[in-house]
Design a protein around this ligand. Structure first.
Ligand code: PRX
Length: 662
């Protein structure tokens, strides 16, 4: 509870509250009746939500919890995710509606209607079949944010194959780990993507991943690599294994009958950092997941599919992209913006230019982006017409009240409701959020659990805390889009999420109930860090650092950072017997940072690496990260009485003052 206690002390009491505008409430998708309905009969509420999907065979049972904590929702019904996201719109006369306004970073654009998507997913499904992929097989997707990424995911779903999207920022080694764990048969990638005006190569990383480091050898499960031509970069080619998308997919017939799967059929695996160092392959079902994604998207974003232009700025490589670009919005027939690039390429007004040009009405982004825009100054967004916006969303980390207020005033013109949405890869869909048009919002609070979702804040003994108190965030009842497990490891699923409190799902976050009972998220209580909304664990970075021949020991903490929320700060002890270690701490730090980038990916690179002679440990040998966080955040060191050697902290501070740090 280290983190929680610390944040609780710092949390000032927020008294501002913003009621929904009457004009918004009058047309909102949600009313307070949602809470009432769900309160009366939660399962019936979810049944109704599920019935909005297109089912091939209707389900008769809502929830089977007999094998708890593995839930089965709507399990005797059959459906297809791609049919729901694409075919259904064409079938029901909405084929001409734009599904995506794609904007590439170099300025290339494409408009894709639902009919266009229909043609593409059918060709891609036939392409996958021609490469020997079939129902139940796993497919790794390692692509930039381009339409083919969405098409690839949906084509997998169409044939009942299970996609495992790996964010393009991960290294070859991280990709390999994920390919091996899921035993992927196919990897879908591109020659490269566009990043800050340059071509970023992807295919060579796939080649490295599949070749494997010395001693490991080639990835056994992969039969083919399907390559989209995006940048036109030269790429090495393995005959027989590598296939161009334009050769394997484009010539295929645009006719394919979706494979009808049972509701519990796995739709995808998505890896997140695990505390033991190896990433966890969280997997989601079809019927329950789609119910959660579509239902929350309609209520929380108030989507009016005929008139809204919705833009979620996440990458499809993360859960936010899965639930709130691909599945939720497409099932609801949304018109979306899909943007390949970064916010400051070619200039710092790029996002607002896109909002103006496409008349975006709903924007969903992360606090780290908002804080970056604050830093760049409000003069930039003010150069653009943002009057089309009517609703703003936030996700990924706690949003500080200052950023919330700035978002509301500068981007939302004081008229747009803000939905601060708390959820996780595990939860599949939004769990805590205001309902626009219903909830009066407080800057910095995610407010209350969604209708049909049961969450609480409990103390160490699992007892609900009183209003005004803090504790651990838990879910007390199963929900349709909950993860079904960790791929291939039921034991790890149970021990990670269900062993902390009897019968409750442990989210890993600290939270506080304010005097009204509204929820304030306080960050992680485990060793998970949240850097720019990306989830990393201290252990995986420590493992990477100690695998370098210069490093004897490493301790990593997430230190508060104004822009990224948290930043990775590493304390390393250099081996006394290592050869060729530079005497300059900066050089050591630069080499180690590059090492972590190569091993895990750029997103895990420590912001700061400090070379120290000792790290503080308890008598039982546990690293006391709390004390290191004090150092990293420039605070006086807290209680050191449990340290095995209380002088260690002095030695660290003296060493750092003497300039051995980075
Ligand atoms: O700590 C919480 C934080 O992000 C974690 C989940 O990370 P991930 O699985 O990568 O999913 C991110 C996108 C859904 C949570 O345990 N988090 C997410 N949203 C919020 C948040 N913390 C505070 N407020 C939020 N709105």
């Amino acid at each position: 509870m280290d983190n929680v206690a610390h944040t609780l002390e710092n949390l000032h009491t927020e008294t501002r509250s913003f009621r929904p505008h009457a004009s918004f409430a009058a047309h909102a998708n949600a009313t307070s009746y949602e809470y009432k309905k769900a309160g009366v009969d939660r399962l019936q509420y979810w049944r109704e939500a599920a019935l909005r999907l297109a089912w091939r065979e209707p389900f008769t049972e809502i929830l089977d919890w007999s094998d708890a904590p593995v839930a089965r929702w709507f399990h005797d019904g059959t459906l297809n995710a791609c049919d729901n996201a694409v075919d259904r719109h064409v079938r029901e006369g909405r084929g001409d509606r734009v599904a995506f306004h794609f904007v590439g970073e170099p300025g290339d654009t494409a408009t894709l209607t639902y009919a266009d998507m229909h043609e593409r997913v059918q060709k891609a499904a036939n392409g996958l079949l021609s490469l020997g992929v079939t129902t139940g097989d796993r497919v790794a997707i390692y692509l930039p944010q381009i339409p083919e990424a969405v098409v690839a995911m949906l084509a997998c779903a169409r044939i009942g194959a299970i996609h495992s999207v790996v964010f393009g920022g991960f290294s070859a080694e991280s990709l390999r780990q994920r390919i091996d764990d899921a035993e992927a048969k196919l990897v879908i990638t591109a020659d490269g993507g566009n990043r800050r005006g340059a071509h970023l190569a992807l295919k060579p990383l796939v080649d490295d991943a599949l070749a494997g480091p010395e001693g490991q050898g080639p990835a056994a499960s992969v039969e083919h690599v399907l390559v989209v031509r995006r940048t036109g970069q030269h790429t090495a080619w393995t005959e027989g294994r590598d296939v161009w998308w334009h050769d394997a997919v484009d010539p295929q017939p645009a006719a394919h009958e979706p494979v009808w799967v049972e509701a519990e059929h796995p739709l995808f695996i998505l890896y997140t950092s695990g505390t033991t160092g190896t990433p966890k392959g969280l997997w989601h079902s079809t019927g329950g997941y789609l119910t959660g994604a579509a239902h929350t998207h309609r209520l929380v974003f108030d989507l009016k599919p005929e008139t809204d232009v919705y833009w979620c700025t996440a990458d499809v490589g993360w859960i936010t992209g899965h639930s709130y670009i691909v599945y939720g919005p497409m099932i609801n027939g949304a018109t979306q913006v899909l943007y390949e690039g970064t916010p400051n390429t070619p200039h710092e007004g790029r996002w607002w230019e896109i909002v103006e040009q496409y008349k975006v009405t709903i924007l969903y982004t992360a606090p780290t982006a908002i804080r970056t825009f604050m830093k760049w100054g409000e003069a930039i967004p003010q150069q653009y017409d943002l009057s089309s916006l009517r609703l703003l969303g936030s996700v990924g980390e706690p949003i500080n009240p200052e950023a919330w207020m700035w978002y509301r005033r500068v981007i939302g013109g004081d008229r747009c409701p803000i939905v601060d949405t708390w959820w996780q890869t595990e939860t599949g869909a939004i769990m805590i959020s205001p309902l626009p048009g219903v909830t009066a919002t407080k800057p910095g609070s995610a407010m209350t659990p969604m209708p049909g979702v049961c969450m609480d804040v409990v103390d160490d003994a699992g007892r609900p805390v009183a209003n005004g108190e803090g504790g651990y965030l838990v879910a007390t009842e199963p929900w349709p889009s909950m993860l079904r497990g960790i791929w291939g490891d039921r034991h790890r699923y149970v021990s990670t999420y269900w062993n902390h409190f009897d019968g409750m799902y442990f989210a890993g976050d600290g939270a506080k109930k304010d005097v009204d009972g509204d929820l304030w998220l306080l960050g992680r209580v485990d060793d998970v860090m949240n850097v720019s909304g990306h989830r990393l664990t201290t252990t995986e970075i420590e493992h990477s650092l100690v695998s370098h021949p210069w490093v004897a020991e490493a301790a990593v903490v997430g230190a508060a950072d104004e822009v990224t929320g948290q930043a990775v700060v590493a304390f390393v002890i250099v081996r006394s017997d290592a050869h060729g270690v530079p005497t300059d701490g900066d050089e050591v730090a630069a080499a180690l940072r590059e090492h972590v980038r190569r091993q895990i990916g750029a997103l895990a690179k420590p912001r700061t690496i400090l070379v120290v002679s000792e790290v503080p440990k308890t008598r039982s040998g546990k690293i006391m990260r709390r004390l290191l966080r004090d150092v990293a955040e420039n605070r006086p060191t807290g209680d050191v009485t449990t340290l095995a050697d209380p002088t260690v902290m002095d030695a660290i501070r003296v060493g750092l003052d003497a300039g051995t740090g980075d």
